[in-house]
Design a protein around this ligand. Sequence first.
Ligand SMILES: NC(=O)c1ccc[n+]([C@@H]2O[C@H](COP(=O)([O-])OP(=O)(O)OC[C@H]3O[C@@H](n4cnc5c(N)ncnc54)[C@H](OP(=O)(O)O)[C@@H]3O)[C@@H](O)[C@H]2O)c1
Length: 229
Amino acid sequence: MTPLDGRVALVTGASRGIGGATAEALRRAGARVVRVARSLSPAEGFVDLPADLTDPRQVEALADRVRRELGSPDIVVSNAGGFLLRPLEETTVADFDAQVDLNLRTAFTLARAFLPILRAAGQGCYVTIGSVADHVGFPENAAYAASKYGLRGLHETLLAEYQGTGVRLTLVSPGATDTAIWNSVDPDHREGLPRRADMLRPADVADAVLFVATRPPHVLIDWLRLGPA
Ligand SMILES: NC(=O)c1ccc[n+]([C@@H]2O[C@H](COP(=O)([O-])OP(=O)(O)OC[C@H]3O[C@@H](n4cnc5c(N)ncnc54)[C@H](OP(=O)(O)O)[C@@H]3O)[C@@H](O)[C@H]2O)c1
């Protein structure tokens, strides 16, 4: 018997990185895992529902399909996102809008589509992947940090709004994690950035999500921060 036997989990941004590792950890723990991303390589043991989450109609269609075919998910991990490291004076309005769209607006539309389903079921674990940049300012991080601080505001508001419904919301805020999100930055060759070998591994963040998802229903973890030692 594994701890999540019979549970349904949905993970966005599950094609690689933190979302990929989280989907795998939840699957290994016994959950039936729905993977969501734009591009998903075939893998055994998952239900794959490709979607571009920046399109609210696709998010609504996704939630509708999951509810009809699998019922209310026990676990939702809102993880899909992107990263921009760019000085303010080189960050265009379009860059800013794209970060807010991908990291914040998609989290809003996902929450708006899925939280009513969880509320109606009277239970569920809803995990948002924030970042160390949702509570610490770093140079060249204006657009990313604005999106992630906004995400923390969204999380804290929904935490209060859904209190007492049986739906438990958690913000997981990882520090630097060695994934493809860093590829365009090449941190090993730039001053002031963590080396890839010193970063968290995607599996470390997945373990944190698994810990949250396996607490009994009377335990709420509202915020879990983790980073490289
Ligand atoms: N890596 C870090 O250092 C770090 C630290 C703190 C927080 N985080 C956060 O962790 C989350 C995952 O990051 P990661 O490092 O694992 O990045 P990653 O390896 O680049 O993965 C990003 C995921 O998001 C998906 N995605 C991107 N745009 C999408 C869209 N429009 N619709 C649906 N899915 C989309 C990607 O899939 P497709 O391209 O196939 O759509 C991919 O699965 C992000 O929210 C990030 O901000 C990362």
